[in-house]
Design a protein around this ligand. Structure first.
Ligand SMILES: NC(=O)c1ccc[n+]([C@@H]2O[C@H](COP(=O)([O-])OP(=O)(O)OC[C@H]3O[C@@H](n4cnc5c(N)ncnc54)[C@H](O)[C@@H]3O)[C@@H](O)[C@H]2O)c1
Length: 268
């Protein structure tokens, strides 16, 4: 069991949504938190929401920048004496077909969602080794099982993070460093509002259909970490889609495309 009380937990993307809710839930469970984000204003709001908790540090970090993530790990070591858990949560998306998506947008999404997770994992490995163990928590998505059209960079990044987590599970089997791969369905956060090239009506539509609150997502994720679960689906929608993909893989992929187009037709 990775009991979080008294542990030092680094969280990326802590300025909003799931990252903010994770920060609040971690503090409630007695963890020491090293919170990072590229959005300093949002990060300050997260820290303010922790109502004076001690053992909280905040760090401005762009996870797509290797040197910045390595600097983050060094800072966490200097200020907390080490780290036990890294939660690679920062993420974003861009609405575009593969054909029309610019290389810049592909690089941006893969830079944050994939390279950010690679950098976070590798930069915090030595700190966890120094502690004699730890936990890597990678926030992927249900999109790692069921892709959605016009979300190609995001789908690719989440499939890749899933592959990274499963490889870590193989390589760390029997090790003192554990791995949890997280696959949420729709969570009511700013993900759609923050998305590149997302029409406002479609962002609003996502916000209406996303069922899980960030607080519920954080509770499910941290329970999974404390129980050392390797894989967790967050929300009934994610559980349903994962089951459908296992049962009828090709039909599930076609159905997700059909359902998405049908939904968007109502806003165009
Ligand atoms: N909301 C959902 O429906 C949903 C579903 C599945 C997976 N997820 C994943 O959950 C994670 C958290 O997303 P969220 O829903 O809370 O969205 P959000 O937009 O509310 O929060 C994402 C955070 O990541 C930060 N971020 C973006 N680029 C960054 C960078 N370069 N460096 C550091 N931080 C950066 C943002 O500033 C923001 O604070 C993401 O990995 C997302 O893909 C979300």
């Amino acid at each position: 069991m990775t009991i979080l009380e008294g542990k030092v937990v680094a969280v990326t993307g802590a300025a909003s949504g799931i990252g903010r809710a994770l920060s609040q839930a971690l503090v409630a469970r007695g963890a020491h938190v090293a919170l990072s984000d590229v959005n300093e204003e949002g990060l300050a709001e997260t820290v303010a929401s922790l109502s004076g908790a001690t053992n909280v540090t905040s760090h401005r970090v762009d996870v797509s920048n290797r040197a910045a993530v390595e600097g983050y790990a060094a800072d966490v070591k200097a200020r907390h004496g080490g780290a036990d858990v890294i939660i690679n949560n920062a993420g974003l998306t861009c609405r575009a077909s593969i054909e029309e998506c610019s290389y810049e947008d592909l690089e941006l999404v893969l830079g944050v969602n994939l390279w950010g997770v690679i950098y976070g994992t590798k930069a915090f490995f030595p700190l966890m080794r120094e502690r004699g163990g730890g936990h890597i928590v990678n926030i992927s998505s249900i999109n790692a099982f069921v892709p959605f059209p016009l979300n190609g960079p995001y789908n690719m990044s989440k499939y890749a993070v899933h592959g990274l987590s499963e490889t870590l599970m193989q390589e760390l089997a029997g090790d003192t460093i554990r791995v949890t791969s997280v696959h949420p369905g729709g969570v009511k956060t700013n993900i759609a509002n923050n998305a590149r090239k997302m029409p406002k009506e479609q962002a609003e539509q996502f916000n209406r259909i996303a069922r899980t609150t960030p607080e519920e997502a954080a509770r499910v994720i941290l329970d999974a970490v404390e129980k050392n679960k390797e894989r967790v689906f967050v929300g009934m929608d994610a559980k349903f889609m994962a089951a459908a993909k296992r049962a009828v893989p090709a039909s599930t992929v076609s159905l997700s495309a059909w359902a998405t187009r049908r939904m968007w037709a109502r806003t165009s």
